[in-house]
Unconditional design. Sequence first.
Length: 64
Amino acid sequence: MRKRKTKTNREREPVTENRRIIQIGHSFYLNLPLEFVARNNIKPGQKVPITCDHLLKVIPHAER
């Protein structure tokens, strides 16, 4: 019998999706997966820190 994942375990799993980069003028945009936004209670207009070198990491407020 397979173990059923609880909501708590699922929330700890990374959200992995392919996203398309959008260019508008001289700026590049990457939209965030809805599941990530919902899990971290991110609201429109909210500032979210990012860290990048060879990886890009969006750091939700709850993780800081």
